[in-house]
Design a protein around this ligand. Structure first.
Ligand SMILES: Cc1cc2nc3c(=O)[nH]c(=O)nc-3n(C[C@H](O)[C@H](O)[C@H](O)COP(=O)(O)OP(=O)(O)OC[C@H]3O[C@@H](n4cnc5c(N)ncnc54)[C@H](O)[C@@H]3O)c2cc1C
Length: 511
């Protein structure tokens, strides 16, 4: 049995990076009644505020705790965290605040996502951030997300010198989107504490708006569609005595911001997706939209780790202070490799190594491989089938092999001599092309950047899910506005781009 709750002008599903932006921006209009629904809780633990504690949030109650399906690349299921709390993945992420290179955004309009190039997004990037002392034409100074470079320490300073010694360019603002090279990592930390989407966008002033209702511990089951129009959502809330199913009616628009996994899952649970798959799962088909859940991709991750011969300063701790963006020898269209120097190793699930190590981590940031998100069952809340299909396209292994090469070159520099002990992972035995590829498969981990399952594309593009205004093709009153709409992944960590997408979505909706 369902009971009906009051009608809203806007219902936003998922209070993650994008959902918090949209709730804050749409409720600026006092006449608009906005409901924000989030499956996770509003509780904050101290670990969620303290930057070095971020790795402990993986597998905590603020994480859905998913894993990929067994990957053909290495026969392993890879843990696949995503945030389940106010702030979503921005509440458990590593706080790097990085734009991709402009070439990776300009690929979007080239593929039919009109209005989504780097220059189109620049005002929205700037609107999100408060980054003092930068080029004001490029970086924002008044936004809610506090952004600053990591404090230099002797180890990271040596890492930056190492990059220059290895022939890389010293960038002035490597996170701004215009440069290749190495520079200080920008992070979203305010007064020593995490500044995620909830802290930045849902502060006390916003939360107290009478026209904004935020409901946590609310699992959305499906969107309701009547005669081709979305009329609201069905969701359940837990009580001490059990759960209650409610319907929130919506007068204007439902906006899905449940993330690259969650938004595709919700569309499919609602009968919007590839017909054959929905039939297989016993979901009544509302609209055969084959692109839902397709085009799923992520940044693969690997690294080279060294034991240090002197203690590596922790700085912010469990973190990287230096980031670099470069073009591999096989780069097709702009830089395709990111390297970070990390004071901790980021071992993938197939690797063992000493905890006491530093690492040079690398990622193919313009991967070609594409996978899927599919329903595990028609039950709301059941774990979805997540298949990034890493390394399905062998070009990704070529780029990662170039990444290992670049990481080792950097690791062997004179500048890092005072720090470097042994290369412990992969170790000196891994040298020839076959050994390197074997290592890359074994060491595969996620960089936690899923995108693409509801991609933007024009009418007539059979695999597009939303149009360039983020409206779901074939259904009125329904948009998607999160990481899932990216046609292809950007060559940087994804959070700042999700904020910019959501900021632009708010403008499109209010227009
Ligand atoms: C461990 C980790 C580390 C990362 N590190 C970085 C980093 O350092 N820098 C960076 O740029 N990016 C990082 N990322 C990625 C970045 O955080 C994400 O790209 C970004 O947060 C995605 O935003 P989103 O709004 O699309 O989804 P999310 O922020 O994941 O939000 C989706 C929200 O929807 C909710 N939801 C889902 N389904 C339902 C449902 N059925 N009903 C109700 N609510 C639902 C979820 O609980 C969640 O709160 C990291 C991610 C992870 C997981």
């Amino acid at each position: 049995m369902s009971s009906f709750t009051a009608g809203y002008d806007f219902v936003i599903v998922g209070a993650g990076s994008a959902g918090c932006v949209l709730a804050a921006r749409l409720s600026q209009d006092e006449s608009a009644h906005v409901l924000l629904l989030e499956a996770g809780s509003s509780q904050r633990t101290e670990s969620m505020a303290l930057p070095p504690a971020w790795p402990t949030l993986i597998g905590s109650s603020a994480d859905w705790g998913d894993a990929t399906v067994v990957q053909a690349a290495n026969g392993m299921a890879i843990p696949f965290p995503r945030g389940k709390t106010l702030g979503g993945s921005s509440a458990i992420n590593a706080m790097f605040f990085v734009r991709g290179h402009r070439s990776s955004y300009d690929a979007w309009p080239a593929a039919g996502a009109k209005g989504w190039g780097f220059d189109d997004l620049l005002p929205y990037f700037r609107r999100t951030e408060r980054a003092h002392g930068r080029d004001p034409a490029l970086r924002g100074d008044e936004g809610p997300v506090v952004v600053a470079p990591m404090e230099p320490d002797p180890f990271m300073t040596a890492g930056l010198q190492a990059a220059v010694e290895a022939g890389h360019r010293a960038a002035t603002d490597v996170s701004g989107g215009l440069e290749e090279g190495f520079g200080w990592m920008d992070v979203s930390i305010r007064d020593g504490r995490r500044c995620g989407a909830a802290e930045a966008y849902l502060d006390a002033e916003v939360r107290s708006r009478p026209n904004l209702t935020v409901v946590t511990d609310a699992l959305v089951h499906r969107v309701r569609v009547h005669d081709g129009r979305c009329t609201g959502v069905e969701y359940s809330v837990e009580h001490g005595t059990g759960s209650e199913v409610l319907v929130a009616e919506c007068r204007e628009e439902v906006v899905l911001t449940a993330g690259a996994v969650g938004s595709a899952q919700l569309l499919m649970l609602s009968g919007v997706g590839p017909q054959a798959h929905l039939d297989e799962r016993g979901v009544e088909v509302v609209l055969d939209l084959p692109g839902v859940g397709a085009n799923f991709h992520d940044h693969p991750l690997s690294m080279v780790a060294y034991t240090p011969v002197q203690p590596v300063p922790t700085g912010v701790g469990n973190h990287s202070g230096v980031i670099g963006l470069m073009s591999s020898p096989v780069a097709a269209d702009g830089p395709d490799l990111q390297l970070i120097i990390s004071d901790m190793p980021l071992y993938g699930p197939g690797l063992r190594g000493p905890d006491h190590a530093y690492a040079i981590v690398f990622s193919a940031v313009r991967p070609y491989s594409r996978g899927t998100v599919r329903l595990g069952s028609a039950e709301p809340g059941a774990a979805p089938l997540i298949d990034p299909n890493y390394y399905a396209d062998p070009r990704d292994l070529d780029v990662m092999a170039a990444g290992l090469d670049a990481a080792r070159t950097l690791g062997r520099t004179l500048a890092l001599d005072p720090w470097r002990g042994e290369e412990v992972v992969p170790g000196p035995g891994v040298r020839d092309a076959e050994g390197v590829r074997d290592y890359l498969r074994r060491s595969l981990g996620t960089y936690f950047h899923p995108v693409g399952t509801c991609r933007i594309g024009p009418d007539g593009d059979g695999m597009a899910v939303v149009d360039p205004d983020l409206r779901v093709h074939g259904i009125s009153g329904l948009r998607v506005a999160d990481a899932s709409v990216m046609p292809s992944i950007v060559s940087g960590n994804t959070n700042s781009t999700v904020y910019a997408i959501a900021e632009r979505a708010a403008d499109l909706i209010r227009r």
